[in-house]
Write a protein of this length. Structure first.
Length: 410
């Protein structure tokens, strides 16, 4: 166990949720004392309990309770995990709400004894991954997520924060155990034989080739070092399409429990890598070639637009910068490095979702094993090329060219 769990802590269940909700003065405007309160546990992530809670008489009076368990839910209590991640998540959400309220679920309160966050129930939105799997397009997503990342990353970096605040913020967001999960699951285990890896047997020849590719391992080791040492900005730390809720008009970013001070490209790459995983999945998921080509064009255009919006929304920071400290050529090299980091991290995130523990439904949910192998092999080839080519990439369009040129090995 990581430190003592608070004596008041007990994991909630649907029996205990109503009394808990009634005990919280912060919710007095939502729930009345005589309300019948109903709830359902909907957590489908890897770590936490998540309850949707509503007044039986009026379902529009509703909230979400997210409570940390002291272990990894996906695996069980043999893998302990610090409940402090709930504090990290609550504090990151507070920063996000200040910077981009239109893309952050409102937090009603954080309970430090129960490691629990009460927040807005995004009932009219779905997890983006589920929508993309069905081939649903989100026309405003690129604009929204590009803005979200530019604001949250630039505003928490040394480009904006004063020297002291930045260091204090780095300390406040020290998140060692969750970073260790990333170090192991993303940068280590996929590249070696490991009991936690979870790919299907038909993919073995391709995985074996990746695990024998020393040149690839050198590149991944460099990216891991960067993840561990480059405290550039407060990153969300797990910004995949399962941490994004969408509909045709809105985008909300949830779940920043992996937040810490790391490289900006870790977030931008998560978005790009997960869009490319979906791109690869549609090799199998769209049987009509025209439908597939059309949806893939949406995905690749989205990747390009995300980057352009990110650069555009970052620009005000450069306009305020001291040009002797940070000349134009330095500014350009800064953004180019963020792009190259994004390409590398995005690719590592694709690899881990294919080979490692905690895969994604886009690929692992493909029922036909032959088709699943083809889609997974395509994703691995896109990712391998991205990792190796990233030092030379100067334009986001080159990432799309890599995806379009890639073919499955198996
Ligand atoms: C053991 S936790 C596995 C994964 O779940 C989270 O969503 C993160 O992506 C983490 O790597
Ligand atoms: Mg999560």
């Amino acid at each position: 166990m990581f430190g003592d769990v608070s004596p008041a802590y007990h994991p909630l269940n649907t029996e205990t949720v109503p009394a808990y909700v009634r005990s919280r003065p912060e919710l007095a405007d939502i729930f009345r004392p005589d309300d019948v309160i109903e709830s359902v546990e909907v957590g489908d992530g890897n770590l936490n309990l998540v309850f949707k809670v509503w007044a039986a008489a009026d379902h529009s009076r509703t909230i979400v309770l997210k409570q940390a368990l002291p272990y990894v839910r996906l695996v069980g209590d043999s893998w302990p995990l610090p409940t402090d991640r709930a504090r990290i998540e609550a504090q990151a959400l507070e920063i996000h709400e200040r910077l981009v309220p239109q893309h952050t679920p409102h937090v009603y309160f954080f309970d430090p004894d129960m490691y629990l966050i009460a927040m807005r129930n995004l009932n009219d939105h779905i997890i983006m991954r589920k929508g993309l799997i069905q081939g649903i397009k989100y026309p405003h997503f690129a604009e929204h997520i590009g803005l979200f990342m530019a604001r949250t990353l630039s505003s928490t970096s040394d480009l904006v924060l004063d020297y002291r605040t930045k260091k204090l913020e780095v300390a406040r967001f020290i998140n060692p155990e969750l970073c260790k999960i990333t170090e192991d699951l993303i940068f280590t285990e996929p590249y070696r034989r490991h009991e936690r890896n979870r790919y299907h047997a038909e993919l073995e020849p391709h995985v074996a080739a990746i695990q024998a590719d020393i040149g690839l391992h050198v590149e991944v080791a460099q990216l891991k070092e960067q993840f561990m040492t480059h405290a550039q900005a407060l990153v969300h730390g797990d910004l995949h399409t399962g941490s994004i809720m969408v509909n045709q008009t809105d985008t909300y970013v949830i779940d920043p429990e992996f937040a810490y001070y790391g490289p900006m490209g870790f977030d931008v790459g998560a978005v790009i890598g997960n869009l490319l995983l979906n791109y690869a999945a549609h090799e199998a998921r769209s049987s009509d070639p025209q439908v597939r080509a059309d949806f893939r064009r949406y995905l690749t255009n989205t990747i390009i637009q995300v980057w352009y919006v990110f650069v555009r929304e970052f620009q005000p920071v450069w306009e305020r910068a001291d040009v002797i400290d940070m000349p134009r050529l330095y500014q350009e090299s800064y953004m180019r490095r963020v792009l190259q980091d994004s390409v590398g991290f995005g690719a590592c995130k694709m690899m881990r979702r294919i080979i490692g523990l905690a895969g994604v439904e886009d690929i692992r949910g493909i029922e036909d094993v032959g088709q699943r192998t083809t889609a997974a092999s395509l994703a691995l080839n896109i990712a391998t090329t991205m990792i190796k080519a990233r030092h030379h990439i100067t334009r986001i369009e080159e990432v799309v060219e890599i995806a379009e040129a890639a073919r499955p090995t198996l």
